[in-house]
Design a binder for this molecule. Sequence first.
Ligand SMILES: [Zn+2]
Length: 215
Amino acid sequence: MVTSPTVDATSYDDLVEDSPTATPKHGTSIQAGWGAAADKLSTKNSEYPNDFKFDSTPQLVRFLEDGPFAVYQQHWIEREGKKSFVCLEDECALCAIVGDKPRGRFAFNILVLSGEEKTVQILTAPPTLARMLRTANEDERRGPLTKHFWAISREGTGPQTTFNLERVRATDLAEEWDMDVEAVEPLVASAVKYDASTVYITPKEELTTIARSLI
Ligand SMILES: [Zn+2]
């Protein structure tokens, strides 16, 4: 009798709490190890310390680029464990077998300035927020995104979710956010950005197995 291994490399991914706005992560043991270390070191109680968590209270952020570093379609499947999967388009079993409709996701590098730790995080925007960000970026008065600071908040859940995006001028940082712009600029200059390799793409075979288990 062949026994299956007690530890399945893909199962680590399944143990991690998923959310509709979480950026998919690589599931290799090395990255999982660093992720676990970062989680231990972080004062925030989060499995993914680099994922920006929206809140109804506005948070002050600085965009590190004028556009998203990754744009993709994402499936959200109600199941045990991992729920979000990057769509494989023509080769996607979740489209072909399950008939699920993926939604656009737009990942931005931001420096989060509210809170004690000023860290680079990934803001994963749904199409509604991505449209607001594009409009703001192209607006001569407010844009481009990297020029000013932004206060971002989210209200509601599911289809009732609304985002609020407010420009904050550098000259208003001290008065409105009790923050010294001189102290912020070096953080912006030295920020290390994420790239598209951060977005985990589930192998085709694995996605097919998952799709078949759903029907
Ligand atoms: Zn798909």
